[in-house]
Write a protein that binds this ligand. Structure first.
Ligand code: FES
Length: 105
């Protein structure tokens, strides 16, 4: 399966699902522009911000408390904003689309 990342200017890039990895990990290992993951997945940088398409919100689960706090500090937060390092990917997410905010280019 695969997940599609759409940048703010509308370019789309795909990353294959690797069971057990985070969405940030599959993005960085596949060179998806706009996902930096500077803190290595510690919920401490906000450079892995994605906006999950509303159809998929139920599949990605809920934010944790740390994630919630970090998102509060994040510009361009939307209702379905998530830190991609806090989302574990699974084949259930095959075909999912997420958008990247404007400041992550
Ligand atoms: Fe730093 Fe997700 S990689 S908050």
């Amino acid at each position: 399966g695969k997940i599609t990342f759409i940048s703010h200017d509308g370019e789309s890039h795909e990353a294959p699902i690797a069971e057990g990895q985070s969405l940030m990990q599959i993005a960085t290992s596949n060179g998806i522009p706009g996902i930096d993951g500077d803190c290595g997945g510690e919920c401490a940088c906000g450079t892995c911000h994605v906006i999950v398409d509303s159809d998929w919100v139920s599949k990605v689960g809920k934010q944790g408390e740390d994630e919630e706090e970090m998102l509060d500090l994040t510009p361009e937060r939307e209702t379905t904003s998530r830190l991609s390092c806090q989302i574990k990917v699974s084949e259930e997410m095959d075909g999912m689309t997420v958008h990247l905010p404007e400041y992550q280019m």
